[in-house]
Design a protein around this ligand. Structure first.
Ligand SMILES: [Zn+2]
Ligand SMILES: [Zn+2]
Length: 251
């Protein structure tokens, strides 16, 4: 090491590795530098029913959730599934980096302070074969990270996926329902108020199926917690038919 590098080492605190986004050394927190952390975009007014953006200053749920109330009491999401968020979730999910769950758990905790917390967190289960293949279930990793942040128990055994299902994306609402039929099992639960945890909410069909099972098992209050929500379909923004939108919409 040259003398100038030694001097730099002496004058700077030891870094925690490189930032996942800009690849510069991080000095304050692992995996994300201060600059990149400050430039992340968060949802400002997501609808508490479906997670889609509401006009600034809105309170309550969107018109669509008023017409078709979701099966959960509240959906908590912090960001759109795009840009840096999409990259971070992708790293968690496909690049064998489960430690990113801790980072995402911290960011969620910084932006969500529920007045009443659920009794337990329930990760969306993955089929055992798929979990074996990937080596971990990213929803479980996230639930464990959120459990540490909020000091909540994580019930890993509450839900089981007993049938592998194909991706829901591109399926109609009816096809999604058929695809998920009989895919999950729930055991008897001591909880009355839970939060289902996943990384990204896409169509919402999985959460809808799980809510139905949890209600049958006697759970009274269900929340949905996820890091990201996919963008609203174009027709939600007002220029296509309601039928097309209903086809996309899962809740
Ligand atoms: Zn950075
Ligand atoms: Zn809504």
């Amino acid at each position: 090491m040259s003398s100038s590098n030694w001097l730099r080492w002496l004058h700077q605190p030891p870094w925690l590795g490189d930032c996942l986004l800009c690849l510069q050394p991080t000095l304050c927190r692992a995996l994300l530098c201060e600059h990149c952390a400050a430039s992340l975009d968060y949802l400002t007014t997501p609808c508490p029913g479906c997670g889609y953006p509401l006009p600034p200053g809105s309170t309550g749920v969107c018109g669509d959730c008023l017409r078709h109330p979701p099966r959960w009491r509240q959906m908590r999401v912090i960001a759109d599934y795009q840009g840096a968020w999409q990259f971070l979730v992708h790293q968690l999910k496909y690049q064998r980096q489960p430690e990113i769950a801790s980072l995402l758990g911290q960011l969620f905790h910084q932006h969500q302070a529920p007045l009443s917390l659920p009794q337990a967190l329930l990760p969306v289960p993955m089929h055992p074969w798929r979990q074996w293949w990937r080596g971990y279930n990213q929803a479980q990793e996230l639930a464990l990270a959120l459990g540490r942040e909020y000091r909540l128990p994580v019930d890993m055994r509450a839900l089981r996926r007993i049938r592998a299902t194909r991706s829901q994306v591109g399926l109609t609402r009816t096809e999604r329902r058929q695809n998920l039929h009989g895919a999950f099992r729930v055991r008897e639960l001591p909880w009355r108020h839970v939060a289902l945890v996943d990384d990204v909410i896409t169509t919402g069909s999985t959460m809808e199926s799980l809510c139905q099972l949890l209600r049958q098992a006697g759970v009274e209050e269900i929340e949905v917690w996820a890091i990201c929500r996919t963008q609203p379909p174009q027709n939600r923004l007002g220029d296509s038919s309601q039928a097309e939108y209903d086809n996309f919409r899962a809740i």
